[in-house]
Design a protein around this ligand. Structure first.
Ligand code: MG
Length: 387
């Protein structure tokens, strides 16, 4: 029998990879629901190919367009939901597997709502755990949902520590490609344009996460994500730059052994794993050729050049509403950089200044988290030129 699956964010980079995986295993899954933000052109193609029962379009602007009216007419058998509330409605429908792949803080509400209605959460939206890790992991337990990370580093760790005794783990080592700025000086980084920063050396990803990789804030968010997913103290989580992106993370045990998880750097592998775990199945996506790779390199990250990582450790250790504030300020700053309002090196400065002004609320409920998110966005925006 095939499992029912829904994807939140099907036209984004992860959503597209997820559908590529589903295309390769079509008899195992029935696509039940898809949601997009505003890319109606690609959404139309996806609806035609995967024939879901329900669809949601998040963007208020997109649902007002003529193109959307045409889309609804073209697929009379599909039930459409509209706006952010529409995405929430979709998330509230029962399904076996939900892939949460909306970019940024917008993914938290529907992902949280889905937990009462799904068996397995394949989580690509790291903000869900960064912003509300304690609440989400509690709800996951309460509803008996299997939480399987899709972020490649966490997928790797998840696969490796499956049956390990957690007290035997002395360290997890998250690998970072180093992003597009790894070999640049601070002076060069000051002059970098969004176009240049968006070229990632090893991974092909969405815009937001590519900039986050360049500042290393992505790795910092992943440290917080790992803390919640694996219930690890921050002192047990470290980061190493590994430019080839072949090892997706490592686990060191107290006896000195180090386990490394390797694959071709493409999100189809962690998505495949999240869909079939614990089964190990043949996939059509190709294998590593070590004679072609030649060497694997490792470097310590340069804290002076990339202060974001320490900032994330500090936000994570502080806890409470601080990680949500970090995340929201970063979303504002990255957008401003992409719109050429600030320099690349201003991104992390704005995040740090916003964090410094925040009074942490400990053990926040979800509304306190969103209040802090909003506060942080306003603060960060007030720091942009012209405001
Ligand atoms: Mg990652």
């Amino acid at each position: 029998m095939s499992s029912k699956i829904s994807i939140l964010g099907s036209t984004g980079s992860i959503g597209v990879s997820a559908l590529k995986v589903l295309r390769s295993v079509e008899h195992n899954f029935e696509v039940f629901g898809l949601s997009c933000n505003n890319n109606l052109k690609l959404f139309r193609e996806q609806l035609a190919e995967f024939n879901p029962s329900v669809a949601a379009v998040a963007s208020a602007e997109a649902v007002k367009s003529e193109d959307y009216a045409r889309l609804k007419k073209q697929f009379p058998a599909v039930t459409f939901f509209e706006g952010d509330d529409g995405v929430l409605e979709l998330a509230n429908l029962e399904t076996d597997v939900l892939i949460s792949a909306i970019v940024g803080a917008a993914g938290l509400v529907p992902t949280l709502a889905s937990l009462a209605n799904i068996k397995r959460l394949a989580l690509a939206n790291k903000e869900t755990l960064v912003m509300a890790g304690d609440i989400v992991t509690r709800k996951v337990k309460e509803h008996g949902v299997e939480l399987i990370p899709v972020d490649s580093e966490h997928s790797a760790i998840f696969s490796m520590i499956g049956n390990m005794d957690i007290s035997g783990i002395s360290r997890v080592i998250l690998t970072a490609s180093g992003g597009s700025m790894r070999c640049k000086t601070v002076e060069e980084m000051n002059k970098i344009t969004p176009e240049q920063a968006l070229i990632h050396p090893t991974w092909n990803m969405g815009e937001k996460i590519t900039i986050d990789s360049a500042t290393l804030i992505n790795k910092g968010l992943e440290v917080i994500e790992a803390h919640h997913l694996f219930n690890l103290d921050y002192g047990l989580i470290s980061v190493i730059i590994h430019p080839e992106s072949i090892i997706h993370s490592m686990v060191e045990t107290v006896d000195g052994a180090v386990y490394a998880y390797m694959s071709v750097p493409d999100m189809v592998y962690p998505i495949f794993n999240a869909l079939f775990y614990p089964e190990i199945k043949q996939n059509p996506f190709g294998k590593l050729d070590f004679s072609k790779i030649g060497k694997l390199e490792f470097f310590k990250y340069d804290n002076d050049k990339f202060p974001a990582l320490d900032l994330c450790y500090s936000a994570g250790k502080s806890g409470g509403t601080m990680p949500a504030v970090l995340n929201a300020a970063n979303e504002v700053a990255v957008k401003a950089f992409l719109e050429k309002k600030i320099l690349f090196t201003d991104i992390v400065k704005i995040v740090e200044k916003t964090m410094n002004k925040h009074s942490i609320i400990y053990n926040p409920d979800i509304s306190a988290i969103f209040d802090s998110d909003k506060w942080s966005r306003e603060r960060a925006e007030s720091m942009l030129p012209g405001n």
